[in-house]
Design a protein around this ligand. Structure first.
Ligand code: GLP
Length: 233
């Protein structure tokens, strides 16, 4: 593991942006695995302002809420458009997010998994860290979920994510997420985590027992993992 300790959110965002910019410079047709949440907002701002060439790049997002359409401001598709896609020269047709409105979420999950395969796999996958150690929406469980699948969200996740909604009742209760195997197959993974409230879970994930009770702990097994964080001294 390559651990990059930084002082604050801005430094974390800068270091992550440098990795993404280097990736598309080295391989313009990279498949970029992207994430939502408050952790990547600063990174996306820097990418938007970098004047870099994303014209050949493709993107696949980790997850999407079930029941939210692309024009719903709480959907991850909307978040990505607003925070990144509309500010860079990526071909919008090459940006992929699971379809939260799919009539059959299981079939949509299967389609998404196949899509990633067809694209040739993910070159660089960005991950934030949920407070319970979830990555994407892979919640603590008895076993690691392999492929892209529909998942019912943990109470803690609904509570944490309700800050973006008018009330916890409005948070969708299920989502479509890349599975652990989907994520682990990415050639490179970069985790970003900022703020003292993430210190405990990040320590557990990186140095604790590898267990599906802490989904992010599986990352210890990845061959090319970079962690950028201000959580450690
Ligand atoms: C959501 C997303 C995760 C993200 C997590 C942490 O649940 N599905 O992909 O990593 O939130 O979000 P934040 O970066 O806001 O702490």
């Amino acid at each position: 593991m390559n651990l990059i300790k930084v002082e604050n959110y801005e430094e974390m965002s800068r270091a992550a942006a440098d990795l993404f910019l280097a990736q598309v410079k080295e391989k313009p047709a990279s498949v970029l695995g992207l994430a939502t949440g408050s952790s990547p907002v600063g990174l996306y701002k820097l990418l938007a302002g970098a004047n870099a060439d994303f014209s050949q790049a493709k993107s696949v997002n980790l997850d999407e809420y079930c029941g939210l359409s692309a024009d719903n401001p709480q959907s991850y598709r909307y978040f990505m458009t607003e925070n990144l896609f509309k500010h860079i020269n990526i071909n919008q047709a090459n940006t992929h997010v699971p379809d939260g409105m799919a009539a059959n979420p299981d079939a949509e999950a299967e389609r998404y998994e196949e899509l990633i395969e067809k694209l040739g796999g993910i070159d660089l996958q960005l991950l934030g860290m949920g407070h319970n150690g979830h990555i994407g929406f892979n919640e603590p469980d008895e076993e690691f979920a392999a492929a892209t699948h529909r998942v019912y969200l943990a109470e803690q996740t609904i509570k944490a994510n309700s800050r973006f909604f008018a009330s916890p009742e409005e948070v969708p209760t299920s989502a479509i997420t890349m599975g652990i195997k989907t994520i682990m197959q990415a050639r490179k993974i970069v985790v970003i985590a900022s703020g003292s409230e993430k210190t405990n879970i990040l320590k557990k994930a990186l140095y604790g027992t590898i267990t599906p009770r802490v989904p992010a702990s599986v990352l210890q097994l990845h061959q090319n993992l970079t962690v950028i964080t201000d959580c450690f001294e």
